[in-house]
Ligand binder design. Structure first.
Ligand SMILES: Cc1ncc(COP(=O)(O)O)c(C=O)c1O
Length: 506
């Protein structure tokens, strides 16, 4: 039953603001929910009433209500209207900033390899790998464009192309970089086989074996694999789940030892979803300039913001060409086409040379198909739909954590992308959960994979890139049950360690 049926009075909307009209309406309602004027279970003003009160159109109000649904704050009830969700404000706490030991270490990937090579049954529900559901991608259009490219260039697609890649792709990427705050020309871009090749080339360009590279903690595990293969040491620094790497820790690290590079996932990071403010991005670039340290920026999730406009790249603040920017279409269009790019700044020549050494060039037809999609395939429209789908899926996953996991569970609240980082206190061991979950045909990514010291034993990462389904809901229920069982076992065997370990990776 609704607890409050009287609708609050709303003053007119301000005229000059950056937000669209429906975002302003949504903000207005959201603040009424947050300040408690509209409580859990309350009915929202009817669409007609709000339209009159705010002098906006019916579709603006509907769009605002849809946005609030995506944010997980309200629900629509058929024939009845919109209501504040009963659990809208009851999400679990977020983990706090990590506190790794800040020691230089070689990168050990033995555990990662064991877990990644594990034989998973074909019916496994993949909540471990950060892989989007292909259902989200415009496959018909992409396949048609691939066919068109092959037909229109029957010989050219079968010969060697220029090393930096196809000009149409680089032109379209340069245009898209304007949204990230970067003014780049096509000849400053090198096409690569995904982001993976981009950061591998970047790392190889700016380091030599034995060098030290600063990384976030926890850190995307494939970067650790690349660093291991290049014989690099890692220096993991404290990282906040919302604001990213600690600049004060970075400053003292740079002052105390020789660092060859810094690698960061700048926006909606993997695994903890952080997204630095512009102010922090600028300060980071200034700090790295001061110590003459290059930054490898992985911005693969940058276009997957749930709200507002796309966050700027760190590259937008790069005045001296020290940022090697890496990205791809793997999270937005297709990981299988292997189309990515590097914008290497002052390291352009070295990256181009290494690209020849490593793979000579990037395959032509996927580049041209993606360029055509960017140019006139409705990419921005597709992104709007995709962002909404990822946001809804993340909200469903958060709700499932709330419903099925122990009350003390902590979870990140990313504002984009498609991964969640879960922390369970009470002596919980994510590797044990992994082993048990595999028996139930569910995969998760245990925390120790994301650290050189195999810390974060009580954490794991969940993929929210798959369309929500009863199977995923059931898998979450099973994971919650296994977690509770494990904690009960630990309690019985009287392990008294109930302290949060997010901040103790070692
Ligand atoms: C942060 C990050 N970088 C890079 C990749 C891999 O990108 P690509 O498929 O473009 O090589 C992923 C995939 O999960 C990722 O999460």
């Amino acid at each position: 039953m609704p607890m409050n049926t009287g609708s609050p009075q709303l003053s007119p909307l301000p005229s000059a603001t950056d937000q669209t009209l429906y975002e302003q309406v949504a903000e207005r309602i959201q603040s009424l929910i947050q300040e408690g004027t509209l409580g859990p279970g309350d009915r929202l003003p009817s669409v007609r009433k709000l339209k009159q009160q705010l002098s906006v159109s019916m579709s603006t109000v509907l769009e605002a209500y849809r946005l609030l649904e995506d944010r997980g704050l309200i629900v629509a009830r058929p024939q009845s209207g919109y209501y504040v969700k009963t659990t809208a404000l009851a999400l679990p706490d977020e983990p706090s900033q990590s506190t790794p030991l800040c020691q230089v270490r070689p990168v050990d990937i033995s555990l990662m390899l064991r877990l990644l090579r594990m034989d998973l049954s074909p019916e496994t529900i993949h909540l471990g790998a950060a892989v989007p559901g292909v259902e989200h991608f415009p496959l018909t259009m992409l396949n048609r464009l691939m066919g068109q490219v092959m037909r229109n260039n029957p010989m050219a697609v079968h010969t060697y192309n220029t090393v930096p890649g196809c000009e149409p792709l680089r032109r379209e990427v340069a245009k898209r970089m304007l949204n990230a705050g970067c003014s780049i020309t096509p000849d400053q871009i090198v096409a690569t086989a995904g982001t993976t090749e981009a950061y591998y080339l970047a790392l190889r360009t700016v380091t030599k074996p034995g060098d030290t590279v600063v990384i976030e903690s926890p850190s995307y595990y494939a970067v650790l694999e690349a660093m291991n293969s290049l014989g690099l040491n890692a220096l993991e620094l404290p990282t906040h789940p919302r604001e990213g790497i600690s600049l004060s820790a970075l400053q003292s690290a740079l002052g105390n030892q020789s660092v060859s590079a810094c690698v960061l996932v700048s926006n909606f990071s993997n695994p903890i979803g952080s997204c630095m403010s512009d102010r922090k991005k600028k300060a980071l670039v200034e700090l790295l300039n001061q110590y003459d340290v290059p930054l490898i920026e992985d911005d693969i999730y940058g276009e997957l913001n749930f709200e507002g406009s796309r966050p700027k790249a760190i590259k937008a603040f790069d005045t001296q060409g020290r940022v090697l920017y890496c990205s791809s279409i793997s999270k937005t269009l297709s990981p299988g086409l292997r189309v990515g790019w590097c914008i290497p700044g002052r390291y352009q020549q070295q990256v181009e040379h290494l690209k020849v050494v490593v793979s000579h060039m990037t395959a032509t037809s996927p580049q041209l198909a993606v360029a055509a999609f960017f140019a006139n395939g409705g990419y921005d429209r597709h992104l709007r739909t995709l962002r909404r789908a990822y946001q809804q899926q993340m909200n469903r996953m958060l709700q499932a954590i709330l419903d099925y996991f122990p009350a003390e569970t902590r979870v990140t609240r990313p504002q984009g992308g498609h991964v969640l980082w879960v922390e369970i206190p009470g002596g919980f061991n994510a590797l044990e959960l992994f082993e048990e979950a595999v028996q139930h045909h569910i995969s998760i990514a245990p925390g120790p994979m994301f650290s050189t010291s195999h810390g974060y034993q009580n954490c794991f990462r969940l993929n929210t890139g798959l369309p929500w389904s009863d199977q995923i809901d059931q898998a979450m229920k099973t994971l919650g049950h296994l977690t509770k069982q494990q904690l009960a076992r630990k309690l019985l065997s009287s392990s008294p360690n109930t302290k949060s370990e997010f901040s103790k990776p070692d």
